[in-house]
Design a protein around this ligand. Structure first.
Ligand code: UDX
Ligand code: ADP
Length: 463
C-alpha cells in the first residue's frame, strides 16, 4: 500500500486521482489544493468541474480511498508518491511574457514538499512543463536546505482531453513515464508503472528518459493543434472555391498515413493546453536559438487566431456590415462539448469581438455559463447569460454555433426562426447543424468551410 498525494485539484489532478483510486483500492489517494472552495466542491455533490462519468467514480471512491483536503503540509509529510498537478499558465510578465510557462506555482509546490518531507519521496510531474523542468525541480528538492532526504523526479504527462477525461484515463492510448537513468530513478519509474499496470495493458505503458517524457507532451499537443489549424486553413479556401471542407477532410483522412480523427474544421481550437503549450514550445526553440523552428510552430497559433477573427468578420460582413445594437445569440460558451471549461474558448473570443462591434450579445450553454461570466471579467456586464436557447434566440438577428453540444442539434429551429428578427442568420462555427434543412426553414446559413446558403438574390462571396 502506498500513500499517494496529488498537489492541485484541478481538471487534471481531480479526474486522474479519481481513476487511480478506483483502480488501485489498496492505495490511499489524497488530493490537496490551496483553493478551499474548490476542495469543498470536490467534497460535495456538486463537483467543481463537469466531466461525463466523473460523478460516478467520485461517488464510489470518495471517503474510501480518495480524499480531498486543504491540509497540504500534513499530507506531504505522509506521502510516498507526490503527483504535482498545479497550474502552469503562460507567463504574463518579465522574460518570456506571453510565451514561456509561469513556473512559480510549480516551484512553490517543490519548496513546500522540501519543507514538510520527513521521508524520501517520488515526485511526479503531471502538469505540462517545459523541457528540463525536472532538472530544476531536482536541484531544489535535493538542495542543501533539505534534511538529507533523497527525492526522485519523474515525468508522467497527462494526455487526457476534457469532456472525455474518464474514458481517456480508463483506456489510454499510452501512459508515458520518463525518468532518470540512475538506479533510484528507474525504481521510481517502476513504482509509477506499477500503479498504472493495475488497469492499463503493459504494452501501452512506455518509459523514456526524463527529457523525452517532458518534450513528448508538448510535441503531442503541437501536432494535434497543427491538424486543426491545417484543416481550418483549408476551410478558408473552401469558402472561396465552393469546395466542402467536410468532404475534403473525409477524403484526406481516408489516407491511412493521415487518419480521420481531429480534422473537424471549426471556429478555432481553445482550451487551456494547445495555445499555452505551443507558445511554450516556441519559447523553448527561441531559447535554444532555433528561430526557424519557433516560427514554424508559431504559425499554428497565428492560423487559429485568423480563423476566429475571420469568423467574426464573416458575420459582420454577411449582416450588411453592421451588427451594432443587433441581438446575437451565441450557442455555446465552453471550448468544446461535454465540459464546463471556458478557458481560451473561441466562443469568448467571438463574444468579445462582437461586443467591440457594439452588438447585444446573449450566450447560452448547458454547463458553462458560470465560467463564461468569470472569464469575461468586466465585459460580462455587457452580456446576457441565458440557459434556455429558445429564450436566447428570441428577437435575435443571428445565432452563432460556437460549441458542438448535442443539446443544440435537436432544437425546434422552425420555432426559433419564427421568434427571430428577419432576415435571420445562422453562423455554424462547428458544422453541427443540417444546413439544407435550416435553409429550407428560411435561415441564411453560413457554415465553416462551406458555400453560404442564403435567400438573397446574390450572395457576395464571404471575405
Ligand atoms: C488537449 C489534448 O487533446 C490532450 O491530449 C491534452 O492532454 C490536453 O489538450 P483538450 O484541450 O482537453 O485536450 O481537448 P481537445 O479535444 O484536444 O480539443 C481542443 C480544442 O480543439 C477544442 O476547442 C476543440 O473544439 C478543438 N477541435 C478539436 C477542433 O476544432 N477540431 C477537431 O477536429 C478537434
Ligand atoms: P489543470 O487544468 O492543469 O488541472 P487547474 O488550474 O484546473 O489546472 O488546476 C490547478 C490547481 O492547482 C488549482 O486548483 C490551484 O489552486 C492549485 N494549486 C496551484 N498551486 C498550488 C499549491 N502550491 N498547492 C496546492 N494547490 C495548488
Amino acid at each position: 500500500m502506498a500513500n499517494i498525494l496529488c498537489i492541485g485539484a484541478g481538471h487534471v489532478g481531480g479526474p486522474t486521482m479519481a481513476v487511480i483510486a478506483k483502480n488501485c483500492p489498496q492505495h490511499r489517494v489524497v488530493v490537496v489544493d490551496v483553493d478551499a472552495a474548490r476542495v469543498a466542491a470536490w467534497q460535495s455533490d456538486r463537483l467543481p468541474i463537469y466531466e461525463p462519468g466523473l460523478d460516478e467514480i467520485i461517488h464510489c471512491t470518495r471517503g474510501k480511498n480518495l480524499f480531498f483536503s486543504t491540509e497540504i503540509n500534513r499530507h506531504i509529510a505522509e506521502a510516498d508518491i507526490i503527483f504535482v498537478s498545479v497550474n502552469t499558465p503562460t507567463k504574463s510578465f518579465g522574460q518570456g511574457a506571453g510565451k514561456a510557462a509561469d513556473l512559480q506555482y510549480w516551484e512553490l509546490a517543490a519548496r513546500q514538499i522540501l519543507e514538510n518531507a520527513t521521508t524520501p519521496k517520488i515526485v511526479v510531474e503531471k502538469s505540462t512543463v517545459p523541457v528540463r523542468t525536472a532538472e530544476a525541480m531536482e536541484c531544489i528538492l535535493n538542495s542543501e536546505s533539505g534534511n538529507g532526504l533523497h527525492f526522485d523526479v519523474v515525468s508522467n504527462p497527462e494526455f487526457m482531453a476534457e469532456g472525455t477525461a474518464i474514458r481517456d484515463l480508463e483506456e489510454p492510448d499510452r501512459v508515458l513515464i520518463g525518468g532518470p537513468e540512475t538506479p533510484s530513478g528507474q525504481k521510481a519509474v517502476q513504482a509509477i508503472v506499477d500503479i498504472h499496470a493495475r488497469w492499463v495493458p503493459r504494452e501501452r505503458i512506455i518509459t523514456t528518459n526524463l527529457w523525452s517524457g517532458e518534450l513528448s507532451k508538448l510535441a503531442a499537443n503541437a501536432f494535434l493543434a497543427q491538424r486543426i489549424s491545417s484543416i481550418n486553413a483549408i476551410s478558408a479556401l473552401c469558402e472561396r472555391t465552393e469546395a466542402d471542407v467536410n468532404e475534403v477532410a473525409h477524403a484526406v483522412g481516408l489516407d491511412g498515413r493521415i487518419g480521420p480523427r481531429f480534422l473537424r474544421a471549426s471556429v478555432g481550437f481553445g482550451g487551456s493546453c494547445f495555445k499555452k503549450d505551443i507558445l511554450n514550445l516556441v519559447y523553448l526553440c527561441e531559447y535554444y536559438g532555433l528561430y526557424e523552428v519557433a516560427t514554424y510552430w508559431e504559425q499554428v497559433v497565428a492560423m487559429n487566431e485568423y480563423q476566429q477573427q475571420r469568423f467574426v468578420s464573416n458575420m459582420v460582413y454577411a449582416m450588411f456590415n453592421t451588427v451594432a445594437h443587433k441581438r446575437i445569440a451565441l450557442f455555446g460558451a465552453a471550448f468544446k462539448a461535454n465540459t464546463s471549461d471556458t478557458r481560451e474558448s473561441p466562443a469568448l473570443v467571438v463574444c468579445r469581438a462582437l461586443l467591440d462591434e457594439r452588438a447585444d450579445v446573449v450566450i447560452t450553454d448547458p454547463y458553462a455559463l458560470e465560467n463564461a461570466r468569470f472569464d469575461l471579467g468586466e465585459m460580462a456586464g455587457q452580456v446576457t447569460f441565458e440557459p434556455d436557447p429558445y429564450a436566447a434566440a428570441r428577437d435575435a438577428h443571428a445565432i452563432a454555433i460556437l460549441t458542438e453540444w448535442s443539446h443544440f442539434v435537436d432544437l425546434d429551429y422552425a420555432a426559433i426562426y419564427e421568434s427571430m428578427v428577419k432576415p435571420a442568420f445562422i453562423f455554424d462555427g462547428r458544422n453541427l447543424l443540417d444546413r439544407a434543412r435550416l435553409h429550407e426553414i428560411g435561415f441564411n446559413v453560413y457554415a465553416i468551410g462551406k458555400p453560404p446558403l442564403t435567400h438573397f438574390a446574390t450572395t457576395a462571396p464571404i471575405r
